[in-house]
Structures are given as C-alpha cells and as structure tokens.
Design a protein around this ligand. Sequence first.
Ligand code: AMP
Ligand code: ZN
Length: 476
Amino acid sequence: MENKFHFYNTLTRTDETVQPREEGRIGMYTCGPTVYHFAHIGNLRTYIMEDVLEKSLRYLGYDVKRVMNITDVGHLSSDADTGEDKMLKGAKREHKSVMEIAQFYTDAFFDDCHKLNIRRPDIVEPATACIAEFIHMIEVLLEKGYAYPAGGNIYFDTSRLSDYFVFSSAVEKEQLQVGVREDVEEDANKKNKNDFVLWFTKSKFEDQALKWESPWGTGYPGWHIECSCIGMKHLGEYMDIHCGGVDNIFPHHTNEIAQSEAYLGHPWCRYWFHVNHLNDQSGKMSKSKGDFLTVSLLEKKGYLPLAYRMFCLQSHYRKPLVFSYENLDNMEQAYEKLVRKIASLKEEGELDEEAFLGYKTSFTEALCNDLNTSMAITVVYDVVKADINDKTKLALLEDFDRILSLDLTTAGRKLEDANDFADAELKQWADEKVAERAAAKKAKDFARADAIRDELLARGIQIKDTREGVQIEFIR
Ligand code: AMP
Ligand code: ZN
C-alpha cells in the first residue's frame, strides 16, 4: 500500500497507521442499530463516517470485509443491564410483536442508509440468529472461571481481569462507575459494580417476549455478547477495526473486549474507531428521548438527504457536531450550487494525467490523515475551480465520489430535470386556470375571475389582458 492510512485509535489514544494482520485485507466490525425505533440523524452521522472509513480503505486498495449486527434482543433501557427491554418497549408502543418491530425498523434503517448512500455491510446479522453461538461463548467463559451464576442470571466477573478499564482515559472517570449514573439501578447479584449480564433468566420484566432454552434456564442474552460472537463468527479470532459512536466506548466496547479476550485468551481487535455525537440545541440526540430527527422528517421538510451527508462530511468525525436547520439550510444551498456547477461541465478534452494525479494525491492525503473529510471536500472545490479541462475535472470528481458518495456528477442533472418538470407542470396548470378565468368572465362571474387571478399570483404568476389575448408572466 503506497498511502499510509492513519487514524486515531481510541484504545492506544494515538494516531496510528493501519497495519492489518493479513497484508491487504481488513476485517471491520460495526455495532449495528437497536431496531426498536427509527434511526435518528445522530445515529446516521456515525454510520456515514464509518461508511467513509470503509470506502477510504477500499479506495486505497484494501480488501475490506465489513460485518454489522442488528440488535433485536437484549438491549435494555440502560446500557448497564437494567430497565425495560428496548425491543419490548417498541412493541408495546406500536401494539405489534417484537419480531414485527425488528423487521420494520431494520428495513427502515437500510432505507435511510440507501438515501444517504451508505453501503450495506458485507454481512448483516441479527442477534436473534446467533443464540447458539452466544450460549457456547458463555459456557466457555463459565468453564474458564470468567463468569458466574447469580440470582438466575449469568454474569461476567470483571475482577478476573487485570485491566478491565481498557479505555479508561478515553472516557470521563465518573462515566466508568456504572452504579453512579442516575439512570442505573444497582443489581444486587453482581459481585463487582461493573460486572455485566451474559444471560438473563430473571428479568424484572416478566413479560420478556423472546426467550430461548439454555443450560441455565429459559432466557435471553445480554447485549454485549452479541457483538463479540457475531464478530468472531464472520471475522475469526482477530479483528482489525471495530467502530461505533463514542457512547459505545463504555460500557459496551469495554465489555466486548473483556469477554472476547477472556474467551480467546489473546488480544482481539487492534484498532478502535469512534465517532463523536451529533447534538441538538438541547444536547445529545437520543432515541430514548422519543423526540428526534429522522431522514424522512428532513425529506418531508424538503431537504435532500445528501445535503445532510455533506453536512456530516464538512466536520471532523472526532468533534461533536451541533445540528441546526440554519446550518443545514446553508449546507443544502452549497450542495445544490456545487452539483449544478458540476452538471454544467462537458465531457470535453483529453484527460490531463498530471493534474489528475496531483489532485488525487491531495484528496487521498486528506483522507489518510485521520479521515479529514472537510479537507477532502476542499479538494473537490479546488478541482471545480481549477484551470484544467472539464474531462479531467469530471474524471476526478467521479473518482472522489467513490468515497464521498454525494452523487457529485449526477445530482445536478437530476435537480435540473426536477425543476424543468416542476416548471412544465406549473405552466400547464396556469394555462388551465387562464382558460377557466376566460370562461368565468364570459359567464359574467367576475368574482370568480378575480379569485383565479389571485390564485395565480399566489403561485408567482402574473397575468395581463392584452389585445392579443392573456399574457402569462412568471414573477418568481
Ligand atoms: P443504537 O441504535 O442506539 O444502538 O445506536 C446506533 C449507533 O449510533 C451506535 O454506534 C451509537 O454509538 C451511535 N449514536 C447514538 N447516538 C448518537 C448521536 N447522538 N450521534 C452520533 N452517533 C450516535
Ligand atoms: Zn456492539
């Protein structure tokens, strides 16, 4: 690999050059959505940036295998094993079965991803499809003495590890004490505060919908076990890159590492990539707050989903990003202007190979430098403005779009077609109204004729009666 891709590894807290275990191949794992509700645009910020990471690695020539789980069981209202099961909460809210809810919101998630040009991971596996693997891992952890039964549940014993808090300086100290968080009640079965549930047979909520037989009784898995098992099922004993949002660092990723390395007896995943949060004016956007923004809502308000993708790409993934409609409006205008400008380029001239290579190098360097997407977009603008022929510009923009996925060379044409269509429709409607007005005047219904004139004006169309007939003028 000629280009050295480096990014911030949360585990070592340093910027590191990626060196996969197997030359040229990367095993990448992504914590998937909990499918009890729509994904909000904050969740999707994480998936957009992970998509850029995956595509950058492919662009550099790596053979990437990416795996994602779908959390359709086990994720309780607090990340620390207490509270109501999230899936059940969704099912009750909508008077549907848990599996119906899971299917509906899984499909909705991938619809949103599609609108945002997020590639579907090579493997997508729901947790409920891997129960046997979970049970096997828990059995091994019990055999090795890393787990214990208590009160009907099986817990992971964090005191067996010399360094449980592997991410300790990446998160605030207070966050690491499970019992201290206000939304978390302590579980008296736990030997240590940070122990976590691997298998539940006793939940406070007796009506848990999905349950399976296990050596420890009928029950269901804890949340963390799914990512360790699904990751190993498809990527083997070693994983190169594991991703998620920063809220996953603790306890979820900490627990994933604890149980995976205890099970395997060796280090598991080398690089940890975390995306910072999207916040709104009132703080972190979260599904449990109930009131959150979705891609469909943005579309209903008339926004292009790709303007939101560009909004995310314009800021660095490790910084918190504040959402406001004003910022999105500005981004949408910039996006439309950019793609319309690109649409005016003609496939003319010979490819200027030197210029092509020069800009491609700047673009690649930006991404190799801890995924500096805003710098990569600056290179896009540089290309559009450059004193090089259109053919070379278009070739570069198509090449960059393999990663940026903003439909750079096709969106402008679509916008213009949509405009042309809207204009043609409006013209046809105006002609019909003018004919209706003529008929009203003929019938001496002047009130109706005036009302039609106002209706036309309201849509930006002025009419003038001339000797040659009615003239139509579009005034905006
Ligand atoms: P969930 O569906 O809640 O399991 O979350 C799916 C993904 O979105 C996880 O990787 C979370 O870390 C991430 N996430 C949750 N809230 C936000 C947010 N406000 N901004 C960015 N990512 C988030
Ligand atoms: Zn996970």
